[in-house]
Design a protein around this ligand. Sequence first.
Ligand code: SF4
Length: 82
Amino acid sequence: MANTAKKHTKNIAGAWFCTDADDDNGEGCIACNVCYTGAPDFFTEDENGNAFVKKQPTTPEELALCKEQMEACPVNSIGNNG
Ligand code: SF4
């Protein structure tokens, strides 16, 4: 699970978050663009291409879409226990 102590500062408040690129546990976002390409209503990128959550999912469909991104993230940088 992504490190709750290393959240990107731009995440909107809520359970879902992305970790910051400087997470020294190897779970920092590497700007691969998977999540904000796959679910652009919920994830977006900062000026460096690193992801953060811009909208929290609520419906079952939205939650499933965000879970897909979490499972696809190559560095475990997406969490839903924030
Ligand atoms: S999928 Fe993971 S590594 Fe890729 S942009 Fe999103 S949070 Fe960053």
